[in-house]
Design a protein around this ligand. Structure first.
Ligand SMILES: Cc1cc2nc3c(=O)[nH]c(=O)nc-3n(C[C@H](O)[C@H](O)[C@H](O)COP(=O)(O)OP(=O)(O)OC[C@H]3O[C@@H](n4cnc5c(N)ncnc54)[C@H](O)[C@@H]3O)c2cc1C
Length: 299
C-alpha cells in the first residue's frame, strides 16, 4: 500500500513526486514509455528559470535522478484502469495491481494524427512524430515537416542541421509559435516555408515515396517528393480510462485550483488537465500544488 500512486512520469508527475517525497510520503510512479514525458523529445529548452538552455533529455535525466535520490519508486508499466473501493484506490496496469490512499493523474497528451492511409503503415519507414528520435536518419536528405506551432518549428530547426532541405508546410497562412522561433526559421537557408497546404495523401509501399497536398486557396493538388515526413500538428489527451472518476472537457480532466478532481483523493496535473497553457513550468507548478493538497488529504 502506497500513500500516493502517480500515473505518468513527465515533468508534472515528477514534480509531484519530488514534493511528496520531501513530505515523507511513499510514492510510486507508473510510466508506460519513458520517464521525462514529452520534454525528453525536445531538442532545446530555453524557458526554464535559471537554466539558459538545456537539451530535453538531459533535463529529464536530471529530474529523474533527483527524485530517485529522494526515494520515489518507479515501474515501467501502463495503467489500464483505476477503481476506488471505500478509501482505497486500486490501480491496474498491464502487469500488476497496486493499492494506494490517493492517486495523481499526470498522463499528459499524445501526438495528434492525420488518420489517413499509410500514416501508420509507414511509421518508422519515412513517417515520424519525433525529430529528436528520428531526425539523424535523414542526414543529407529532403524532408517535410507539417505543423505550425512551437514543436513544429523546434523540430524544423533541428532537422535543418541534418537535412538538405526541410519543407515546412502549414495548414493556415501563419505560424502559431513563439516569435524567437519564427525569426530563427527565417534565417535558415535550407528551410522552405509554404502556407495554406492540407496533407491529402501519403504515398509509398515499404517506404515513403511522395506526399500530396491540396492548396486550400486554389484547391489544386501539389506533390512533394521527400524521404521523410515529420508530423507535428498538436496533441490529444488520453484520459478515457479515468472517465468514471473525473469530469472531462474535450478529453481533458477538469480540476479546481487545488488540482482536485470530483473524486476525493484523486488529483490531476499537467498537460492532461483542462487548461490554456501547456508547458514544463505550468506542469511543474501543478505538481507542486497537487502534492501540497494531497499531503493534507492524507493527514
Ligand atoms: C517536441 C516538444 C518540445 C517542447 N518544448 C518545450 C519547451 O521548450 N518548453 C516548455 O516549457 N515546454 C515544451 N514542450 C511541452 C512540454 O514538454 C509539456 O508541456 C510537458 O512535458 C507536460 O508535462 P506532463 O508531465 O503534464 O505531460 P507529459 O510530458 O506528456 O508526460 C506524461 C507522461 O505520462 C505517461 N502516460 C500517459 N498515459 C499513461 C498511462 N496510462 N500509464 C502510464 N503512463 C502514462 C506518458 O508516457 C508520459 O511520459 C515541448 C513538447 C514537445 C513535444
Amino acid at each position: 500500500m502506497k500513500d500516493v500512486i502517480i500515473i505518468g512520469g513527465g515533468p508534472a508527475g515528477m514534480a509531484a513526486a519530488l514534493n511528496l517525497r520531501r513530505s515523507g510520503k511513499s510514492v510510486l510512479i507508473l510510466e508506460k514509455e519513458n520517464f521525462g514525458g514529452q520534454i525528453a523529445n525536445s531538442p532545446r529548452v530555453e524557458n526554464l528559470p535559471s537554466i539558459k538552455e538545456i537539451n530535453g533529455a538531459d533535463f529529464s535525466t536530471a529530474f529523474f535522478d533527483q527524485i530517485s535520490e529522494l526515494g520515489a519508486e518507479f515501474e515501467l508499466e501502463e495503467v489500464l484502469s483505476i477503481k476506488k473501493d471505500k478509501d482505497i484506490f486500486k490501480v491496474k496496469t498491464n502487469y500488476n495491481e497496486y493499492e494506494s490512499r490517493s492517486v495523481i493523474i499526470a498522463t499528459g497528451v499524445k501526438h495528434r494524427k492525420f488518420n489517413i492511409p499509410n500514416e501508420d503503415e509507414l511509421g518508422g519507414k519515412g513517417v515520424s512524430y519525433c525529430a529528436v528520435c528520428d531526425g539523424a536518419f535523414y542526414t543529407g536528405e529532403d524532408v517535410c515537416l507539417v505543423g505550425d506551432a512551437n514543436t513544429a518549428l523546434q523540430y524544423t530547426l533541428l532537422l535543418s542541421g541534418y537535412c538538405k532541405h526541410v519543407y515546412l508546410y502549414t495548414l493556415f497562412d501563419k505560424f502559431f509559435a513563439d516569435y524567437v522561433l519564427v525569426e530563427r526559421i527565417k534565417e535558415k537557408q535550407n528551410v522552405i516555408v509554404k502556407h495554406n497546404l492540407s496533407l491529402k495523401e501519403i504515398v509509398g509501399k515499404d517506404k515513403l515515396e511522395k506526399l500530396v497536398f491540396t492548396d486550400t486557396k486554389t484547391k489544386k493538388d501539389e506533390e512533394l517528393v521527400v524521404k521523410g515526413l515529420f508530423i507535428a500538428i498538436g496533441q490529444v489527451p488520453c484520459n478515457d480510462i479515468f472517465k468514471d472518476y473525473v469530469d472531462l472537457n474535450k478529453g481533458f480532466i477538469k480540476v479546481n485550483e487545488r488540482m482536485e478532481t470530483k473524486t476525493p483523493g484523486l488529483y490531476a496535473i499537467g498537460d492532461c488537465t483542462d487548461k490554456n497553457m501547456r508547458q514544463v513550468s505550468t506542469a511543474v507548478n501543478d505538481g507542486a500544488i497537487a502534492a501540497f493538497f494531497c499531503n493534507s488529504y492524507l493527514k
